[in-house]
Design a protein around this ligand. Structure first.
Ligand SMILES: C[S@@+](CC[C@H](N)C(=O)[O-])C[C@H]1O[C@@H](n2cnc3c(N)ncnc32)[C@H](O)[C@@H]1O
Length: 220
C-alpha cells in the first residue's frame, strides 16, 4: 500500500509487472512492521526490510518476517554497492531525515544499474493545511514554502518526533541531484470505496487535495 488513499502495488505496478518481481532483491526503507516486504516475499521477491527502529522490527518479527530485518539508518546503508534490483518505501525514512540526498545517494549506491526506487511521502501541499480531517483541514494555515521542521518534544525538551518538509520542486531536485532519473510522480486520487478517516486523512479532504506523492526513480 503506497498511502492512506489505498492505492496498492497490485493496481499501481510502480515496481514493474508483478511477474517480474520473482527472484528480485528488493530493499524496503523505513519498513516499519514490514508490510510491504511481506507482500513482496509473497510475490517471490527477496526483500530486505530496513528500519532505524528496533521496536518496529520487533513488530515485524511478531507478525512474521521470513526475510532479513535490518536495524540501520537509511542514510548509512550496511550493504555493498549494487546489492539490490529495486528499492521501495511507503512513507518510510525520507520524510524524517534532514538530508534526504544522503539517503537517496545511499540507495543509488546499493542499487544495480537499471534499478528502480519508488518512494511515497505525504504530498508537500499538505504542509500548508491543518492536519484535520474535517472542513477545518481545508483552509491554508501555513506557508508551503516554510521548511522549518515539525517537531514534538518530551517533557525534557528532547525531540521525539520530527518531520521535514520539502516542496515538490525540492523533492524533484533531490532525486535528480542524487543521480536518479525521475520517470513518474504519482498523485493518487481518493477512491470512492475508501470511506475511512484516519488522523488528518478523510474522503472530504481526499476529494479536494492530494495527500500522497509517489516518486518513481531509475538508476541509469
Ligand atoms: C510512517 S512509518 C512507515 C512504515 C511503513 N513503511 C508503513 O507503510 O507502515 C516511517 C518509518 O520510517 C522509519 N524511519 C524513520 N527515519 C528513518 C531512518 N533514518 N532510517 C530508517 N528508517 C527510518 C521509522 O522508524 C518508521 O518505522
Amino acid at each position: 500500500m503506497w498511502g492512506p488513499e489505498g492505492l496498492d502495488e497490485v493496481e499501481a505496478e510502480l515496481l514493474g509487472p508483478p511477474e517480474e518481481l520473482k527472484g528480485r532483491d528488493v530493499l524496503e526503507l523505513g519498513a516499519g512492521a514490514a508490510q510491504c516486504s511481506r507482500w513482496l516475499a509473497a510475490q517471490g521477491a527477496r526483500p530486505v526490510a530496513l528500519d532505524i527502529s528496533h521496536r518496529q522490527l520487533q513488530h515485524a518479527l511478531r507478525i512474521g518476517a521470513p526475510f532479513p530485518l535490518v536495524c540501520a539508518d537509511a542514510g548509512a546503508l550496511p550493504f555493498a554497492d549494487g546489492s539490490f534490483d529495486l528499492a521501495c518505501s511507503a512513507y518510510g525514512a525520507l520524510p524524517f531525515v534532514a538530508d534526504p540526498r544522503l539517503v537517496l545517494r545511499e540507495v543509488r549506491r546499493v542499487l544495480r544499474p537499471g534499478g528502480r526506487l519508488v518512494f511515497s511521502v505525504t504530498h508537500p501541499i499538505r504542509w500548508a493545511f491543518p492536519d484535520e480531517p474535517g472542513p477545518e483541514g481545508l483552509s491554508v494555515s501555513a506557508s508551503y514554502f516554510d521548511r522549518t521542521p515539525y517537531v514534538e518534544q518530551d517533557e525534557d525538551g528532547r525531540a521525539v518526533y520530527v518531520e521535514h518538509h520539502r516542496t515538490i520542486g525540492d523533492r524533484v531536485r533531490d532525486v535528480v541531484a542524487s543521480g536518479f532519473r525521475l520517470v513518474d510522480l504519482v498523485e493518487p486520487q481518493w477512491p470512492a470505496w475508501n470511506t475511512s478517516e484516519w488522523g488528518g486523512w478523510s474522503p472530504l479532504r481526499g476529494k479536494l487535495i492530494p495527500g500522497t506523492a509517489i516518486f518513481v526513480c531509475v538508476r541509469d
